[in-house]
Design a binder for this molecule. Structure first.
Ligand code: ARG
Length: 407
């Protein structure tokens, strides 16, 4: 029987992917809460949806099966008991573990059909939607000016981050910021209860019950035995060692390149500055490398006694050649290496390419300098519209969670 998750490559023909169509959660963004919810602007929803539908169409036309996150979670919650447990947990993780608010939100959500309940959970619940009775002093004295009981989840269209398929398993991620922490709960329920996944013995390399974070934008499957993981604003060195232990013990993966990138909002994940586009071609934001093409990296390998060997290296080309057994590497600079163009196009995810086959990528049309250079390097580029989607600070790779790729 075909395994529901098979990702042994970053570039193999993309067979199945999970997307989330942006919806009303984006309309609950306001200037006050925007920074906390990790947005820099408020996208115009109808246009964001059009752009996203076009992205999905490009993938479908290519032959990729597109699954939508909302539909997966609705189907995972068909049993009343599981639905109730999910609702309780998401309310608890929104800050109400018990009491009148918890009970009232629970009754409100369970009164909706599952599809509407999920849309509500994702779009957020405003305080003026609900009437509360019998509040305790603690509840009465809480900050009343805040407009939401449950925050919207506007970042959910970046399906790459809350979970990442690696081999025949996945990591279900402990997210860094509160704004995204509930997102991986949705993935946890999908993997545990959706008929497509349940009962297949899917390995969870690292679950979300940890203090130290890791996010999918930092997790790149470079080959069937090598991963690259960013040490970043979102992914801790501790979490990388944790996941390395599980993966090495299983035996499928044998090398992890941990690459330390700047800890900033513009470069929050490794895939915002470095993505793989062919067996020997990568796009890289020039700002992360010094003049000698170096960046602090550590190669993790399993030792015989179950411990992990760690080797410090700096030359990115050399590291990639060594770990992927290649004689040469084509590192294509974002923005053609121009200081200003590179910074501008990186900000709008010019380095965040989604490979759909070796040498064939989906990118944002606005990054025309990088796109032109990719074509000059022989890459087939499918450009998608990006005026609104890019305002969430993520590109085609972030907006997709591959489940199955050819090797
Ligand atoms: N894999 C990625 N680069 N994801 C981008 C996520 C952007 C999102 N606004 C965040 O800050 O979390």
């Amino acid at each position: 029987m075909q395994k529901p998750i098979q990702v042994f490559s970053e570039i193999g023909k993309l067979k199945t992917v999970i997307l989330k169509r942006p919806s009303t959660e984006l309309e609950n963004l306001t200037p006050k809460i925007m920074p906390r919810l990790l947005f820099d602007d408020i996208p115009f929803l109808p246009h964001a949806q059009k752009e996203h539908d076009y992205f999905a169409k490009v993938l479908r036309n290519f032959g990729t099966e597109v699954l939508y996150l909302n539909e997966l979670i609705v189907k995972a919650l068909t049993e009343d008991q599981i639905k109730e447990k999910f609702v309780s947990q998401v309310i608890t993780e929104s800050g109400y573990s018990k009491g009148t608010v918890h009970e009232t939100l629970k009754a409100y959500l369970l009164n909706l059909n599952t599809e509407n309940m999920i849309s509500k959970v994702i779009s957020g619940i405003r305080k003026d939607e609900i009437e509360l009775k019998f509040l305790s002093l603690e509840e009465l004295s809480k900050n009343n000016s805040y407009p939401f009981f449950m925050d919207p989840m506007p970042n959910l269209y970046f399906t790459r981050d809350p979970a990442a398929a690696i081999g025949e398993g996945l990591s279900i991620n402990r997210m860094t910021f509160a704004a995204r922490q509930r997102e991986s709960l949705i993935m946890e329920y999908i993997i545990a209860h959706h008929p497509r996944f349940t009962g297949h013995g899917i390995q969870v390399w690292r679950n979300r019950n940890h203090d130290k974070s890791i996010e999918g934008g930092d997790e790149l499957v470079l080959s069937k035995d090598t991963l690259a993981i960013g040490i970043s604003q979102r992914t801790t060195a501790v979490a990388i060692e944790d996941i390395a232990r599980g993966l090495f013990e299983d035996g499928t993966f044998k090398k992890i390149i941990a690459i330390r990138i700047p800890h900033s909002h513009a470069m929050m994940h490794l895939d915002t500055v470095f993505t793989m586009i062919n067996h020997d071609q990568f796009i890289v934001h020039p700002e992360i490398l010094n003049n000698a093409g170096q960046i602090d990296s550590w190669i993790l390998r399993p030792k015989k006694n179950g411990e992990i060997a760690i080797e410090h290296q700096k030359d990115l080309k050399k590291i990639l050649k060594q770990t992927l057994n290649l004689t040469d590497i084509d590192l294509i600079p974002t923005g053609a290496g121009d200081e200003i163009v590179a910074a501008r196009e990186q900000w709008n995810d010019g380095s965040n390419t989604l490979a759909i086959a070796p040498g064939e990528v989906v990118t944002y049309d606005r990054n025309y300098v990088s796109n032109k250079l990719l074509k000059e390097h022989g890459i087939i580029v499918h450009e998608i519209h990006s005026s609104e989607l890019s305002r969430g600070r993520g590109g085609p790779r972030c907006m997709s969670m591959p489940l199955v790729r050819e090797v």
